[in-house]
Design a protein around this ligand. Structure first.
Ligand code: CA
Ligand code: CA
Length: 92
């Protein structure tokens, strides 16, 4: 499970790097995007929240709606991509 999570994170970071180059994505400080634990900063602790809920759907024991950043009722690679894109952002 851990190996899978690590490999998914690597894939996510590669995707984000590619997307950033393609679209010159700028961090957008709006509505706390990527701040899974709601502490006002997007950092490794949000990745930990995501990892704890990875693979879950509503009703599963480890389901955490805060980690479902793409709001599709599944905690998957796309949610950590949102964290990655917004990594380092702070919100008032
Ligand atoms: Ca946070
Ligand atoms: Ca999701």
């Amino acid at each position: 499970m851990k190996d899978k999570i690590v490999s998914e994170i690597v894939v996510a970071l590669l995707l984000v790097s590619t997307l950033s180059l393609m679209f010159a994505i700028q961090p957008v400080a709006a509505s706390g995007e990527g701040d899974a634990n709601g502490d006002g900063i997007v950092d490794i602790s949000d990745v930990v929240v995501w990892a704890g809920a990875f693979g879950s759907q509503p009703g599963d024991p480890n389901w955490d709606a805060d980690a479902d950043l793409l709001l599709d009722d599944l905690i998957d690679i796309f949610d950590v991509i949102i964290i990655s894109i917004n990594y380092g952002n702070t919100y008032p």
